[in-house]
Design a protein around this ligand. Structure first.
Ligand code: S3P
Length: 424
């Protein structure tokens, strides 16, 4: 699929972005392992979350669509069913890594695979520590890449210090630890998003913090819990940047999840001079939420590094686009993780901006953006949804053609029509 976007004036009015992808995956997987049934409202209806749902259904979990658009899920109190077929996670790293943890404690065999992008993404970061727990994994290149097979086991104690800040690794291990009889002690270099800790605690699971480590003693069975999924800040980010760079814009994005471990894009954009106001801050299912009013502003360059990086890791491509439209360079470092996302997002972002006439220095762990007036251009999304949407946002200022953009539907199926609506 190809996207053609041309400038058509400012972004105005009020819009809503779809449900948070991270929270949607967790609401399904955690309730599937829980005791009782739960209703999930605002679940993201995108290919990645559908993949999680389909895999859970193959594992014997019943998920029902209710007439009001919410879904009801019946928990299996920790006991999933051996699947008859291969579990296809599509493009979704979160589905695969979280399911590895959920399956590590199940007394059966399962095989997980994914699309041409996912089968090239590293899985040893979860299969390594889950093997220390006692589960058995096999995969391509000595277990590093999918397809993966897993044989669950009775899990032991594990103390694990992750070399990367990763909520997927953390969540995978928490899910395994729930089913074990030992203790998990988990550390990471910077805090990753904490949706799992919030939701599991709300489901009655005890997770302690000791000297900066998370500690979970198994076995524990979560109690099913209704979830109200807020709008996804990673999806909202495309509109925050689009309105910030497009003269005359004044847009409200309603109902956006603002978990502090996720909302680094607000800090970065505000440090650049963006005009973003929080309206009616509130809470939904233990997550902070607000409406965001964003107006066009003159942006200046900034630095993004250290603990801020995991808080905006998915927003770097669109942040780099904002940086291209700012005064003065922006330096983003400590972000080597971007090389193993849905694409190598460092080189994909550098290529995206190059296609629009903007020069970047590519660093091993980030990039330096040297702003320049955007030029009309053609960019290759490389099958990566967030590169495609960042390219489309550039189309608010200059005509842009984005190739290989099908994967927008993995996280944000209505993105193009919402962008047109905001610009109508
Ligand atoms: C996610 C965590 C992040 C993020 C991904 C979703 C999650 O990945 O990039 O889009 O839902 O836990 P890592 O855990 O690999 O940093």
């Amino acid at each position: 699929m190809r996207l053609d976007v041309r400038p058509s004036g400012p972004l105005r009015g009020r819009i809503r972005v779809p449900g948070d992808k991270s929270i949607s995956h967790r609401a399904l997987i955690f309730n599937a392992l829980a005791r009782g049934s739960a209703r999930i409202t605002g679940l993201l209806d995108a290919l990645d979350v559908r993949a999680t749902r389909r895999c859970l259904e193959q594992l014997g979990v019943q998920v029902l669509d209710l007439p009001d658009g919410s879904v009801q899920i019946e928990g299996r109190a920790g006991a999933l069913q051996e699947p008859l077929g291969v579990l296809d996670c599509g493009n979704s790293g979160t589905s695969m890594r979280l399911l590895c943890g959920a399956l590590a404690g199940q007394d059966f065999h399962a095989v997980l695979t994914g699309d041409q992008h996912l089968v090239r993404r590293p899985m040893a970061r979860v299969t390594g520590p889950l093997s220390q727990f006692g589960a058995t994994f096999e995969g391509r290149e000595r277990g590093r890449y999918p397809p993966l097979s897993v044989r669950g086991a009775e899990l032991n104690n594990v103390s694990y210090e992750s070399p990367v800040a990763s909520a997927q690794v953390k969540t995978s291990l928490l899910l395994a630890a729930l089913q074990g009889t030992g203790r998990l002690v988990f550390r990471e270099p910077h805090a990753s998003r904490d949706h799992s800790e919030r939701m599991l605690r709300a489901m009655g699971v005890r997770i302690d913090e000791q000297d900066g480590a998370l500690v979970l003693d198994g076995p524990q069975t979560p109690q099913a819990r209704d979830v109200l999924v807020p709008g996804d800040i990673s999806s909202a980010a495309f509109f925050l940047v689009a309105a910030s760079i497009t003269p005359g814009s004044d847009l409200v994005v309603e109902n956006v999840g603002l978990n502090p471990t996720r909302a680094g894009i607000l800090d970065a954009l505000r440090a650049m001079g963006a005009d973003i106001q929080l309206i009616e801050p509130r809470e939904a299912s233990g997550e902070p939420v607000a409406d965001l009013r964003v107006r066009h502003a003159r942006l200046s360059g900034t630095r993004v590094d250290g603990a801020l990086v995991p808080r905006l890791i998915d927003e770097v491509p669109v942040l780099a686009l904002a940086a291209a439209c700012a005064q003065g360079p922006t330096r983003i470092t400590d972000a080597a993780e971007l090389r193993v996302k849905e694409s190598d997002r460092i080189s994909a972002t550098v290529a995206l901006l190059a296609g629009l006439g903007v020069t970047c220095e590519e660093l091993p762990d980030g990039l330096v953006v040297h702003p320049a007036p955007l030029q009309p251009g053609r960019v290759d999304a490389l099958g990566d949804h967030r590169i495609a949407m960042a390219g489309a946002v550039a189309g608010c200022l200059v005509p842009v053609q984005v190739d290989d953009a099908d994967n927008v539907a993995t996280s944000f199926p209505g993105f193009m029509s919402l962008l047109q609506e905001a610009r109508a």
